[in-house]
Design a protein around this ligand. Structure first.
Ligand SMILES: Cc1cc2nc3c(=O)[nH]c(=O)nc-3n(C[C@H](O)[C@H](O)[C@H](O)COP(=O)(O)O)c2cc1C
Length: 346
């Protein structure tokens, strides 16, 4: 099937036509067909889902975070269900750089989707090694640097939550690739805006806001922690309002695109993130609940836009962004569309 740039096809011919809404997103040099990406660590290396999802219809696939050396991850138990969410303490289990190149990359090139490789390191030097190895590899449209893993003892979210360190590291990585460079941020910081600004200064093309929130779950009856570690990363619907606020805060602080992540379970959720300023969104935990979830998010999003006569996603972007001094009113400059879409009282 040939694709018109920026116009996604829809599998259900009876529903609103995706082709009638311009969904194209630009992240530095990377052009995405639409704004729905799969979040790192929740969609394997894409090929695991190829039999259930038409990957070519997604905006892109972000791989599991790759590190220089293979990592076995943390010992079990690494997943615990929580009210409206899940806690994980996987600990960056991955095949390592060499196997990634040899085994995963050839398959990623065949996916038919834009591929973003997630990279993780304990030090700036390790990230540079990864970028030296992968920065020019064909088939990778961009890199998301995982500056925000809450489940590792070295090089995790705390280590990277220092604006100056982020800026210096990105300045080091920037010359090593011409592909899109995205910085994924932790929500557990005093100011996500400060981190986003540092990434922009360092030459990132975009930031992702946000990774999982540090959480804890104990089993009172068995007097034990539910995870192998004291804490894990909380994801899913439970974090959506928190993630939405971080996403808005980051988007208000920088001129580069912000990719929203955290608790997106529907097209309406995705529209909220884009409404507060996100350029694109990531679907994570939903893929565990419904493997076709990312595609459904896209379909629902488009149906909503078509119903309201919005022809370009860009026209919706930022329509719900409150000004820093306002509680939650639409920005006057973007208010026209939000006002037009708001149901009127009779
Ligand atoms: C089981 C699991 C593994 C994850 N692994 C990674 C990872 O390797 N790298 C990364 O940047 N984020 C990882 N994440 C975080 C997700 O990419 C996403 O940012 C987060 O789950 C919030 O989105 P969600 O609420 O839609 O899941 C992982 C999340 C889960 C649930």
């Amino acid at each position: 099937m040939t694709k018109r740039p920026g116009l996604a096809e829809r599998s259900d011919p009876t529903g609103p036509r995706i082709g009638s809404v311009d969904l194209m997103v630009r992240i530095g040099p990377l052009t995405l067909l639409n704004p729905v990406l799969t979040a790192s660590g929740t969609f394997g290396y894409g090929d695991e889902y190829a039999h259930v999802v038409d990957l070519g219809t997604l905006g892109g696939v972000i791989t599991k975070t790759v590190t220089v050396k293979p990592r076995p991850g943390n010992p079990p138990t690494r997943i615990a269900e929580t009210p409206a969410g899940m806690l994980n303490s996987i600990g960056l289990e991955n095949v390592g750089l060499e196997r990634f190149r040899r085994e995963k990359l050839p398959k990623l090139r065949e996916l038919g989707a834009a591929v973003v490789a997630s990279l993780g390191g304990e030090t700036p030097r390790e990230l540079a090694r990864l970028m030296e190895a992968l920065g020019d590899e064909p088939g990778i449209g961009g890199f998301e640097i995982n500056f925000s893993c809450p489940n590792v003892s070295k090089g995790g979210a705390r280590y990277w939550a220092v604006p100056r360190r982020l800026e210096r590291t990105l300045l080091m990585l920037r010359p090593l690739t011409r592909r899109a460079l995205i910085a994924k941020l932790s929500p557990d910081v005093t100011s996500v805006a400060d981190l986003a600004k540092a990434c922009e200064q360092g030459g990132a093309d975009a930031v992702t806001a946000v990774n999982t929130f540090v959480g804890m779950s104990v089993d009172l009856d068995h007097v034990r922690n539910r995870l192998n570690r004291s804490t894990g990363g909380l994801s899913g619907p439970a974090i959506k309002p928190l993630a939405l606020a971080r996403c808005w805060e980051a988007a208000a602080a920088v001129a580069i695109p912000v990719i929203g992540s955290g608790g997106i379970m529907s097209g309406r959720d995705a529209l909220e993130f884009i409404g507060v300023g996100a350029a694109a969104v990531q679907v994570g935990t939903l893929s565990f609940v419904r493997p076709r979830g990312a595609g459904e998010v896209l379909d629902e999003m488009v149906a909503w836009l078509v119903e309201r006569g919005v022809r370009r996603l860009d026209d919706w972007r930022g329509s719900l962004a409150p000004r820093p001094d306002e509680a939650c009113a639409p920005r006057p400059s973007r208010g026209t569309l939000a006002e037009r879409l708001r149901p009127r009282r009779r």
